[in-house]
Design a protein around this ligand. Structure first.
Ligand SMILES: [Zn+2]
Length: 416
């Protein structure tokens, strides 16, 4: 229970006081995690790349890396004949906009002064006024011109603006006030290295290998759960979504098995799916590099030290749907088995993906019309063993199914 004596590193501290690079955090010998300064020599992967490869290797490898659209240089009023007219505005842009405004409300280096931010977070009327008249200016000052242009267009439709921006943000504010949670960090990039241990893969001494993972936490909070053991609050990773998205292959499969009821033909998720679960479980790992270990390391004066860490730490994993204000917490039936399965899944996926194995999964609605007649069968070096890429991918899917059986979502009350 080493962790109980440690404290969290705030984002500003983390830059100057990060975990020493040679320290491995060792979790019950199941896996190790290392903080890395620059993941890029390690060819890092992101959570979304792993998930899309898991769903369909063919499509995932076919995807060209999306080129980021440049920020426009100047703010312009568009106001053409309705950019989105009677239709709904692009939900992804709405999501990005909401997320950006939330960041503005918490960003101590952003365009809003501290006093203004605390007023906006405390008073619904002030927030609503700000959203109607001042947020455009703030977005421009924050150099988010693309979003500013989008917002400007959106504000020509009063009802749409009310429904898709003002209401969700008022809900967000109220939830924060009622819960008494403290926002600790926003839009926080992470990179870490996952290492196997002697127990990661059954029957092997140590398969070695490593996977570097990069990503970003939307928000880290100290959540007041009324626990005497954590009077300052429990750390929580909050992942914002605007809507839950479409079902993936494995989510559809579940419903078919559950009741054989074919009435539900909707392809939208009604609660978070397994891709969300995978994302938050990976974030659980990433978060571990946020503990301040300096004192411990000075104490043991060790290099290459395996610091024993506890698997069950107070760390809540929460998905926050901005569209309706619903929150869902990821629960583990058996955390050590779930994290072991997750580790296995990540390693196997990474090996298969880097071998170039590109099977097109038959159930997947691939955008390619013709399936490849033959999938090149490369041999993958997995620890000391050489297996086919196909086998490697199958092992990843097996591990994923184990993971899936060990996690579930719990819907939270709005006030907690
Ligand atoms: Zn596909």
């Amino acid at each position: 229970m080493l962790i109980s004596t440690l404290h969290l590193l705030h984002s500003s501290e983390a830059a100057t006081r990060s975990m020493p690079y040679y320290v491995h955090l060792n979790y019950a010998n199941l896996f190790k995690i290392q903080h890395v300064r620059n993941a890029f020599p390690l060819k890092p992967v992101s959570f979304s790349r792993l998930v899309s490869y898991l769903e369909c290797p063919g499509c995932a490898l076919d995807q060209k890396p999306a080129r980021r659209k440049k920020e426009p240089r100047h703010f312009t009023n568009i106001h053409q004949t309705a950019l989105f007219g009677g239709r709904q505005p692009d939900p992804r842009l709405v999501g990005t906009l909401l997320h950006q405004i939330i960041n503005l409300l918490h960003d101590n280096r952003g365009p809003l002064a501290e006093e203004q931010r605390s007023t906006l977070l405390a008073c619904p009327d002030a927030l609503a006024d700000f959203l109607r008249s001042d947020v455009l200016k703030a977005l421009q000052l924050a150099e988010k011109l693309k979003l500013a242009i989008f917002f400007d267009e959106l504000s020509a439709y009063k009802n749409t603006l009310q429904r898709s921006v003002i209401e969700p943000l008022l809900r967000y504010q109220q939830e924060l006030v009622l819960s008494g949670a403290k926002v600790f960090a926003i839009s926080e990039r992470f990179q870490f290295k996952l290492l196997s241990t002697s127990k990661t893969f059954a029957g092997h001494n140590d398969w070695g290998g490593e996977v570097a993972i990069v990503g970003e936490f939307d928000q880290i909070r100290l959540r007041n759960v009324g626990s005497e053991l954590a009077p300052g609050g429990t750390p929580a990773i909050i992942e914002f979504k605007t809507g839950l998205g479409k079902k993936k292959i494995w989510d559809t499969l579940d419903l078919a098995l559950e009741d054989g009821d074919t009435d539900d033909v909707s392809d939208g998720l009604l609660q978070p799916g397994m891709a969300h679960a995978l994302q938050l479980a990976i974030y659980w790992m990433a978060f571990q590099t946020r503990w301040d270990l300096l004192e411990y390391v000075q104490l043991v004066k060790g290099r290459g030290e395996d610091v024993p860490m506890s698997l069950d730490q107070n760390l809540d994993l929460i998905l926050y749907n901005l569209q309706d204000g619903c929150q869902y917490q990821l629960m583990f039936a058996d955390q050590s088995r779930a994290l072991l399965a997750l580790t296995n899944c990540i390693f196997y996926l990474n090996w298969a993906m880097k071998s170039g194995y590109a099977l097109q999964v038959p159930d997947h609605e691939c955008s390619k019309t013709t399936l490849l007649a033959e999938v090149p069968q490369r041999i993958v070096q997995v620890g000391y063993e050489a297996i086919s890429a196909e086998k490697c991918y199958e092992l990843a899917k097996e591990a994923f199914l184990v993971f899936k059986d060990l996690v579930s979502w719990k819907k939270l009350d709005a006030s907690t």
